[in-house]
Design a protein around this ligand. Structure first.
Ligand SMILES: *[C@@H]1O[C@H](CO)[C@@H](O)[C@H](O)[C@H]1NC(C)=O
Ligand SMILES: *[C@@H]1O[C@H](CO)[C@@H](O)[C@H](O)[C@H]1NC(C)=O
Length: 296
């Protein structure tokens, strides 16, 4: 989804006109003000609206705002533990051969920390064993490095592979815990508190970050719950935004562009969502390079 389409019409009109007089600039300010006002109005009319942001689902229903926690603490705890072997790998990844003094000190300190954490973790009993295994594997590997003062590529690779097997188990448990909580919180809203009309008009906005793969669980869940196949009608996914005000603006732009597309582009609802300048630009770029080739 291309959010740079925000104020797309502005871009089109300014690029067509070419004259940058103050008067035209001021005229366009009015367009922007009207656009913003309309956008905010559209968002305020949404009922119901669910926004998944960080660990929460914000539910706007009949003019009231509710918050539900949808990511359990267990999810974060498992993530932190799975990151231990990864942190060790990152520390030594550019240090094959003799262990550097800096890394040696860092690993000694880290070793103490994970030893003390090993004594204090409390997970559900069926999960605890894997957590001990991850920590023990890490402790053992650091001890080897510190003793030999050497990073052996094959040893490192073996360590990473064993670790991967263990944190794959964690990822599954974490995903399940997250989904269970999400379902426990969302389904009562969807099935009992929303009526038929509201189930049809429900809009879901999911935020995620590229790095943490956060949001993909919510995405899968809501697609299934709503029986949706494509993004856009009820479900919108945006990356790397965790400011509620910004999210609401993005949602408004999306809704407004969809409505305007239907009017300006004769029912082609997706038209404004695509980069309207892209097609025109492609043609021009091609001509530009063909021209310069001929000039050579
Ligand atoms: C690595 O350490 C050994 C033993 O301290 C030393 O003999 C060798 O020169 C070191 N190698 C490098 C490339 O620094
Ligand atoms: C559903 O709830 C809305 C308020 O959000 C109300 O206006 C509408 O009449 C209700 N529809 C039905 C079918 O009960």
């Amino acid at each position: 989804m291309k959010w740079k389409n925000n104020l797309l019409i502005t871009i089109i009109f300014t690029s067509i006109v070419h004259i940058h007089s103050d008067e035209l600039f001021n005229l366009n300010e009015q367009f922007i003000a009207t656009y913003d006002r309309t956008r905010n109005y559209l968002v305020s009319m949404l009922n119901p609206l669910i926004i998944c942001i960080k660990d929460k689902a914000i539910i706007i229903h009949r003019g009231k705002r509710y918050e539900e926690q949808v990511v359990p603490k267990l999810y974060h705890d498992l993530k932190s533990l799975s990151h231990v072997p990864f942190k060790i790998y990152l520390t030594v990844m550019f240090n094959s051969g003799n262990l550097s003094e800096t890394n040696s000190i860092e690993l000694q300190q880290y070793l103490e920390k994970i030893r003390s954490i090993r004594n204090s973790i409390h997970f559900p009993s069926d999960i605890q064993k894997t957590q001990y295994e991850i920590l023990d594997l890490s402790i053992e590997y650091i001890q080897t490095i510190l003793k030999t003062k050497f990073i052996d590529e094959i040893q490192l690779k073996n360590f990473c592979q064993q670790a991967r097997h263990l944190f794959s188990i964690n990822i599954e448990i974490a995903a399940r815990a997250h989904l269970d909580m999400l379902d426990e919180k969302i389904r009562p809203w969807y099935q009992n508190r929303f009526n038929d009309t509201e189930r049809n008009s429900l809009q879901v906005l999911i935020t995620g970050s590229k790095t943490a793969r956060h949001g993909s669980t919510e995405k899968a869940y809501f697609y299934k719950l709503l029986g949706e196949r494509h993004e856009g009608k009820h479900i919108i996914y945006v990356e790397n935004i965790d400011d509620e005000q910004k999210i609401s603006e993005i949602l408004g732009v999306w809704l407004l562009d969809a409505k305007a597309s239907a009017m300006f582009f004769d029912g082609d609802i997706e038209r404004l969502h695509r980069d309207i300048l892209a097609d025109a630009a492609k043609v021009h770029v091609k001509q530009l390079f063909e021209r310069s080739k001929n000039e050579l």
